[in-house]
Design a protein around this ligand. Structure first.
Ligand code: C2E
Ligand code: CA
Ligand code: CA
Length: 399
């Protein structure tokens, strides 16, 4: 399939009156016909879309030659009396029979997809349909659909991982971490399904579910006398959605037993934030509700310093990739130290994640990082286990 044109809403009229426009397409069609063989078929599908059926193509080279000829023909300047000369460009998508599929509708759809890629790649070019890209896209759609169903069927659960104070041993709070209780595959970690959600509408719905569920859980704990901060992870995409703050305010209002300053949002994928002023405005607006913010995975990505300076966050969370090797890798130790100093300089709290051993905890405390979270303290667990864990932890001897 071939698609022409400067991209404006209705590309097919080329900004001309219908009569002139018709003449142009007739001329373009003639130009195309010149380079096609007798056995080929050329059809205008309407608008600026053409379909060419090339038969008996023996080799990829032969195909390339014809496509180059088609592109060149399409580029020819068209002259219409009383108008300035017009030059248009074409984007060509190609599907091959029988490699791509046997049924005509699918072949057309594949050619269309490829044409879209040709257009994205900068027009005036052709693109062969790639079955692998198509397979991926289909899988992605399918996964999203399953995830949508999973949300409706309440298959997601939140696990909670404690955060503690390394100096006095107190439990600071817990971080909610999503899991998918899959009907056949068992409990799935977010790495297995969140990537499919990224950038989709579902990302927001799932994020809202997380906030709602964590607040409901915090209410239960609070009513049973367990006071602690509850944190949720929030994707930058979701945070930047219009109305985020209103939604958050409404959710907090539905759970009046939870003090807003006991609710924290860990902002993920800050690298995805392109409009810093907008992000800062949203954070300020949310902070007026009383909630706290942390920058998650701090130290990864490139612009962490800008985020730190511009965004009103309370806490930096040192990424576990640095914490893990800090005892053996002096570069990672340097980063950990650097983030701790940075947090001090900017008067932010700092917490280390991925604290796997007592030695890590001790080293962090000596470096001035007071708060920690990690398998060495506790793994993420079901909400029901948290009260018992807290009670047991309180009895543990401190180093
Ligand atoms: P994260 O926010 O950086 O969370 C920390 C991850 O490290 C969690 O993995 C946690 O289980 C794991 N972890 C904690 N302590 C240790 C440790 O000592 N050693 C090691 N090796 N790992 C540790 P999990 O639960 O698989 O979550 C992975 C990521 O998925 C999270 O990274 C977060 O980015 C995302 N995520 C989790 N829950 C949610 C959610 O509700 N919403 C959104 N948007 N993202 C979420
Ligand atoms: Ca987190
Ligand atoms: Ca992390």
């Amino acid at each position: 399939t071939t698609d022409y044109g400067p991209s404006r809403p209705d590309r097919s009229n080329l900004g001309l009156n219908p009569e002139a426009c018709r003449s142009i397409w007739v001329k373009v069609t003639n130009n195309l016909q010149q380079v096609l063989r007798a056995e080929d078929t050329l059809a205008r599908m309407g608008g600026d879309e053409f379909v060419v059926i090339l038969s008996d193509i023996g080799t990829p080279e032969e195909c390339t030659l014809i496509l180059d000829r088609i592109l060149a023909a399409a580029r020819q300047t068209v002259v219409l009396e009383g108008h300035p000369p017009i030059q248009i460009s074409a984007s060509v998508g190609v599907s091959l029979y029988p490699a791509d599929n046997a049924d005509p509708d699918t072949l057309l759809r594949h050619a269309d997809q490829a044409m879209y890629l040709a257009k994205q790649a900068g027009k005036n070019r052709y693109q062969l349909f790639d079955p692998e890209i198509d397979r991926q896209a289909q899988l992605h759609r399918l996964q999203l659909e399953w995830l949508r169903q999973a949300l409706l069927q309440r298959q997601f659960v939140l696990f909670y991982q404690p955060k503690v104070d390394l100096i006095n041993g107190q439990v600071l709070g817990v971080e909610a971490l999503i899991r998918w209780q899959h009907p056949t595959q068992g409990l799935l970690a977010p790495g297995a399904f969140l990537p499919y959600v990224q950038g989709s509408e579902l990302e927001q719905h799932l994020g809202e579910w997380v906030i709602e569920t964590a607040l409901a859980q915090a209410t239960v704990w609070r009513q049973s006398g367990l006071h602690m901060q509850v944190s949720v992870n929030i994707s930058a995409n979701h945070l930047l959605q219009p109305g985020f703050c209103q939604q958050l305010g409404a959710a907090l209002a539905r759970h009046p037993d939870v003090a807003p300053d006991q609710f924290e949002l860990e902002v993920l994928e800050t690298a995805a934030i392109s409009d810093m002023a907008q992000a800062a405005a949203i954070l300020h607006q949310c902070k007026a509700l009383g909630v706290k913010f942390a920058l998650d995975d701090f130290g990864t990505g490139y612009s962490s310093l800008t985020y730190l300076r511009k965004l009103p966050v309370d806490t930096l969370k040192i990424d576990q990739s640095f914490v893990r090797d800090m005892l053996t890798d002096s570069d990672d130790l340097g980063i950990v130290e650097g983030v701790i100093r940075l947090a001090n300089a900017f008067q932010r709290h700092v917490i280390a994640e991925g604290v796997e051993t007592l030695a890590h905890g001790t080293a962090l405390r000596e470096l001035g990082c007071r708060f920690a979270q990690g398998y060495g303290i506790a793994k993420p667990m079901a909400a029901e286990q948290i009260p018992t864990w807290c009670a047991t932890w309180a009895l543990e001897p401190r180093p």
